[in-house]
Design a protein around this ligand. Structure first.
Ligand SMILES: [Zn+2]
Length: 131
């Protein structure tokens, strides 16, 4: 399932405030159609209804590589080691809340990536095996 959230966006060109669906979470297993958008960096692409200006939301997307035990958080703004550590810590905090999650979490490879060039080969590999 794709996890989305309605958010407000202010157009950087004409200043119009509009609502858009932002993607928070993608299960590759169920959302193959989105892999192409992820690969081209077009997930979380929004367009102003007034002036048609295209913008890319600066948000992180949690990508579940199910059935592989791998979760990748892709965040183009998490360039520094510190920013990556914050995301890693958030993940660890979430999985330690309950035992079931902790068990799953400990068996799961968790990566934080900001570079599309590093995400692409993982998606291509996934498509090769499960596509
Ligand atoms: Zn606009």
């Amino acid at each position: 399932m794709v996890g989305t959230k309605t958010i407000e966006v202010t157009c950087e060109k004409c200043g119009k405030l509009y609502e858009a669906e932002a993607i928070d979470h993608i299960d590759l297993h169920d959302d193959r159609g989105l892999i192409k958008n992820l690969k081209s960096g077009k997930a979380n692409r929004v367009q102003c209804p007034k002036c048609k200006k295209v913008m890319y939301l600066k948000r992180s997307i949690v990508i579940n590589f199910d059935p592989e035990s791998k979760i990748v958080v892709f965040d183009a703004s998490a360039k520094s080691k510190a920013a990556k550590e914050v995301l890693q810590k958030t993940y660890e905090d979430i999985i330690t809340i309950n035992e079931t999650l902790e068990e799953t979490g400990n068996e799961t490879e968790f990566l934080v990536l900001h570079d599309l060039k590093k995400l692409k080969p993982l998606l291509e590999q996934y498509l090769k095996v499960y596509g």
